[in-house]
Ligand binder design. Structure first.
Ligand code: SIN
Length: 481
């Protein structure tokens, strides 16, 4: 581990600093309980200092050309790649993500920095045909101002870069509130951003255990113009209500309840492979993880048997062991929820075909539950853990009805070899993203986000820059016709 990247101070206004109160908190490994680091526990007052620093840094940063900002982002991108192994190790230690996935997340996270370094240079405006001969109409796109980014523990690096890179590219300074579980990766990113030449105040990292109070400050402080949040729907709704007082622009990437449909014409091997990827990525702790498998009657038994065999082969254990595929749950609350949902499903008639038990500490066996029904909590609520309930359906119409029978609408997946069905089903699913014969769909080039209770706005892709830009219409009058 490169100690250079492990910081025990917050990063505010270009300074590495303690909390004004001197308070600190510990970061412990979910896998072993070992101490990974100690960081300052910033207060609301400390957060106000960070917001004020960002506001002060805004004019100089926005006045740089897009290309000048891109040069800094490109340097940051190169440094993230250069420190890939150290970042991945730190991330695995503080989040419990298995090292192979952490290495993948460093690449995924870096890809947003590279992408938006380029996209920032293409924040084109418009010239609009005027309604009068003596006028000319031009539309320009300008950075919105200070951005607050509240990020989750399940992607300690990529959910920061997916928000911060487009903000910086658009000329906006940022205050990041990382989760209390994984502040060290956020601080390590700040070390590299500083080395890349980002000016003081443009990026600020506020580690804290006082999530509620700091979230309130970030969503009500008038200097903050935009809030971007990834996390639960319940917290997203609360932040949205708080943002109303200052009418902040919002991006919300919230919970999901992803269906994964296997039609009888599917390539079953491919479907099993895709389902394992889409369900057990980060031990089921991503918002696009499959929550419900829907399998057509005629292939149900075959699929359950082959899927259960594949799940049985998953190796769980120490996240730093490169052969391990499934790590621990992030905390006791997460484990307790998984256990509660499995008990509820079994009480309502589910058959455990694989796993189903706790394996000590925060480890829960990768689990498959056959004979799942809509009466189970798993049908409606996101389990956020390694449990795959398998539901049965008769025909395409029933599959679509079941898939859409949820408040959420983030990702959905289905497997079929019928091209007509592929189009019909993809168009009928009520969600922001669809994997068709594909279980891993996240990429910097495509818009990530959901509908219904899964949130609003899109991250990544060319649309991800818009979230940090405002349109301004310029009307030039008095032009001699
Ligand atoms: C998330 O779980 O919040 C993000 C998942 C992804 O980007 O693939």
């Amino acid at each position: 581990m490169t100690d250079l990247l492990v910081r025990d101070l917050a990063y505010v206004n270009g300074q590495w600093s303690a909390a004004a109160s001197g308070a600190t908190f510990e970061v412990r490994s979910p896998s072993s309980g070992e101490l990974v680091g100690i960081v300052p526990d910033l207060s609301v007052d400390d957060t106000r200092v960070a917001i004020a620093a960002a506001a002060a840094a805004w004019p100089a940063w926005r006045n740089r050309t897009a290309k000048e900002r891109a040069v800094v982002l490109q340097a940051w991108h190169a440094l993230i790649l250069q420190h890939r192994e150290a970042l991945a190790t730190l991330m695995s230690r503080e989040s419990g993500k298995v090292i192979a996935e952490s290495r993948g997340e460093v690449l995924y996270g870096a890809s947003f920095v590279e992408w938006f370094a380029e996209e920032g240079k293409r924040a084109y405006g418009e010239v609009v045909p005027p309604p009068a001969r003596d006028r000319r109409i031009v539309v320009i796109r300008q950075g919105i101002g200070v951005v607050a980014a509240i990020t989750p523990w399940n992607f300690p690096l990529a959910m920061i870069t997916r928000k911060v890179a487009p903000a910086l590219a658009a000329g906006c300074p940022v205050v990041i509130k990382p989760p209390a579980e994984t502040p060290l990766t956020a601080l390590a990113l700040a070390v590299l951003a500083e080395q890349a030449g980002l000016p003081a105040g443009v990026l600020n990292v506020v580690p804290t255990t006082q999530s509620h109070d700091i979230g309130y400050e970030l969503s009500t402080n008038p200097l903050v113009r935009k809030l971007s949040f990834t996390g639960s729907t319940a917290v997203g709704k609360q932040l949205m209500a708080q943002c109303a007082s200052t009418l902040k622009k919002l991006s919300l990437e919230l919970g999901g309840n992803a269906p994964f449909i296997v039609f009888d014409d599917a390539d079953i091997d491919a479907a099993v492979h895709g389902a394992v990827q889409a369900k057990y990525r980060h031990n089921g702790q991503t918002c696009v993880c499959v929550n419900r498998l829907l399998v057509q009657d005629s292939v149900y038994d075959e699929f359950v048997s082959r899927f259960s065999t594949a799940v049985a082969a998953l190796r769980s254990g120490d996240p730093l062991d490169p052969t391990v595929q499934v790590g621990p749950l992030v905390n006791a609350k997460g484990l307790e929820k998984v256990q509660r949902f499995v008990r509820d499903a079994v009480a309502n008639g589910a058959r455990v075909t694989q796993g189903g038990e706790c394996r000590g500490g925060l480890f829960f066996a990768p689990t498959v539950l056959a004979d799942a029904t809509p009466a189970m909590r798993l049908a409606r609520e996101e389990v956020f853990g390694p449990v795959a309930p398998v539901f049965r359906f008769r025909d395409e119409a029933e599959a679509i009805r079941l898939a859409n029978d949820t408040d959420y609408g983030l990702a959905a997946y289905f497997y079929s070899r019928d091209i007509g069905r592929c189009w019909r089903v993809a168009e009928a699913l009520e969600c922001g993203m669809v994997g068709i014969n594909e279980g891993l769909i996240s990429t910097e080039v495509a818009p990530f986000g959901g509908v219904k209770a899964s949130g609003m706005g899109r991250e990544g892709s060319r649309h991800g820059l818009d979230a940090y830009l405002e349109l301004k219409y310029l009307c030039f009058g008095g032009i001699d016709p």
